[in-house]
Design a protein. Structure first.
Length: 76
């Protein structure tokens, strides 16, 4: 949470599980919409940077410094 504040970013949450339970048909409808956007190039999938968990300090420093864009995944 502090990182979002430091970067002047906003966090937005959605109770997706509750909506999917109340309206199961929406899951397929939204999945189809997202796939369509990706296929047409209207939505770009975030890049993924993988780093070994043993290098988490350097990975976090790179994330804070803006050297990592998209998602950071720490692996075993």
């Amino acid at each position: 949470m502090n990182l979002a504040l430091l970067k002047r970013s906003a966090l937005v949450g959605v109770d997706w599980g509750g909506e999917a339970t109340a309206n199961p048909a929406i899951v397929r409808e939204l999945a189809d919409l997202l796939i369509n956007w990706i296929e047409k190039g209207e939505l770009q999938v975030a890049t993924v940077t993988e780093r070994p968990a043993s290098d988490f300090v350097q990975a976090y420093e790179d994330l804070l410094a803006g050297r990592i864009h998209g998602k950071l995944v720490l692996t075993r």
